[in-house]
Design a protein around this ligand. Structure first.
Ligand SMILES: [Fe+2]
Ligand SMILES: [Fe+2]
Length: 408
């Protein structure tokens, strides 16, 4: 097996990184090329670096844009999983220990090659891998050749050149990019990710401060003081969770704030309004107010509050019983409704334990919330919406599959 390793900050990954990976794979008959984002390097501490999660997500999207695993291209969080500074010689040593039969090709740019003898343990790197060098604008072919010759003599390195057009694309140029905040030097999926997540100064907000103030005012005049405070609690918790799960926090805040907008309408009136406005209701929803208000709330979010965003509408629609395959925003609002700071009730594990857990494992938290709901309704099984069971089964299965993967 011949594997190419292409490391970098990938802040963000761009088309030239991909072109280098593709050329290396073709020209040296590699079976795989692994794109491996690095941890935040000490020497770049002053530069705005996207989070490790964002850089890995962008790398995965970029890899998929060139065919992904089927084409022999992979992303890897191998560097993230190590403590402290990560050095290339260590990475290669660990890779070699894990796969002694694999021949590793370490891919670097010509600019990095010029400093290769100043890296930590260049002799170890040379002993464990073939170095593949990609040309780089600003470094002459002559300089590259003489450097290769010197390194071969000093470290007995096997260094080969990748045949590729010179390119000057740099991640910093992309970060500081064009005014319209499009990123044409990245794959389209990466460009969209940057905008959606508001990276590098792009603005991902959907709502202005005035919009949000207006929603707060409307809710305060619609709901009783206790219900309004509950809604503020859900808005607060949802917007905090949004940062953990890569969701725009303004959307999470608005969805959390509005989730109970129909809660205090009288039940018969709400049923009449649903029928009048063609909002479909199941038998159990007609029977139980705690269910119907989510349905009519979703209608109001769209028609009274003027929100078109389907994720927000779905988050309100499904906040009582969830649904299989919720978006992260739906899942956040579903859980925040049960865990917002003003809630006080007994559950197993305790509310505070769940409030802590949700920031690292929202799928497990979803299961535990639903199990507590089932327990609460065990004396009144007729009041359990079958969708709760479907949601619970779906997320139990997510945990099962995850467990199976982790065991491998
Ligand atoms: Fe509710
Ligand atoms: Fe609620």
């Amino acid at each position: 097996m011949k594997k190419g390793i292409l490391g970098g900050t990938f802040n963000p990954i761009h088309n030239t990184h991909l072109a280098i990976g593709i050329a290396a794979k073709e020209q040296f008959s590699l079976d795989e090329v692994i794109f491996m984002p690095s941890k935040q390097p000490a020497y770049k501490k002053d530069v705005k670096i996207a989070s490790e999660t964002d850089r890995l997500n962008m790398t995965e999207l970029a890899v998929r844009s060139i065919g992904g695993s089927k084409a022999g291209f992979f992303s890897s969080d191998f560097e993230y999983r190590r403590e402290g500074n990560t050095y290339t010689w260590e990475t290669l040593t660990l890779l070699h220990e894990a796969e002694p039969e694999t021949e590793f090709f370490f891919i670097i740019g010509a600019d990095s090659l010029m400093n290769f003898d100043k890296w930590v343990k260049p002799d170890v790197i040379s002993g464990l891998s073939v170095l593949l060098v990609a040309p780089r604008e600003g470094v002459s072919d002559e300089d590259v050749r003489s450097k290769i010759k010197a390194l071969k003599e000093r470290f007995n390195s096997d260094i080969r050149e990748i045949d590729l057009k010179k390119d000057a694309t740099s991640s910093s140029e992309i970060r500081n990019g064009s005014g319209d905040r499009d990123f044409p030097l990245c794959p389209a999926s990466v460009s969209a990710y940057i905008r959606e997540h508001g990276l590098y100064g792009t603005d991902s907000t959907t709502f202005t401060k005035e919009d949000i103030r207006d929603f707060f005012d409307k809710m305060q005049h619609t709901l009783s003081p206790d219900r309004f405070m509950h809604s503020v609690g859900v808005a607060y918790m949802s917007s905090c969770l949004a940062y953990s799960y890569g969701v725009p926090s303004d959307k999470a805040l608005v969805a959390g704030l509005l989730h109970d907008c129909a809660k205090e309408i009288e039940k018969n009136e709400m049923e009449r309004l649903c029928d009048e406005n063609c909002v479909p209701l199941t038998d159990i929803e007609r029977r139980i107010k705690a269910l119907i208000h989510a349905r009519y709330g979703a209608y109001l979010v769209k028609h009274l509050y003027g929100i078109e965003d389907i994720e927000i509408i779905n988050a309100v629609d499904n906040h009582t019983v969830g649904r299989p395959g919720m978006s992260r925003l739906e899942q956040i609002v579903f859980c925040a409704d049960f865990l917002e700071p003003g809630r006080k009730y007994h559950c197993e594990p305790s509310l505070d334990e769940l409030r802590k857990l949700i920031f690292t494992d929202i799928d497990k938290t979803t299961v535990l919330i639903l199990e507590n709901q089932m327990d609460y309704f065990k004396e009144k099984p007729r009041d359990i919406d079958p969708r709760s069971m479907e949601t619970l089964e779906y997320y139990r299965n997510v945990l099962r599959k995850r467990g199976a993967t982790e065991e491998k």
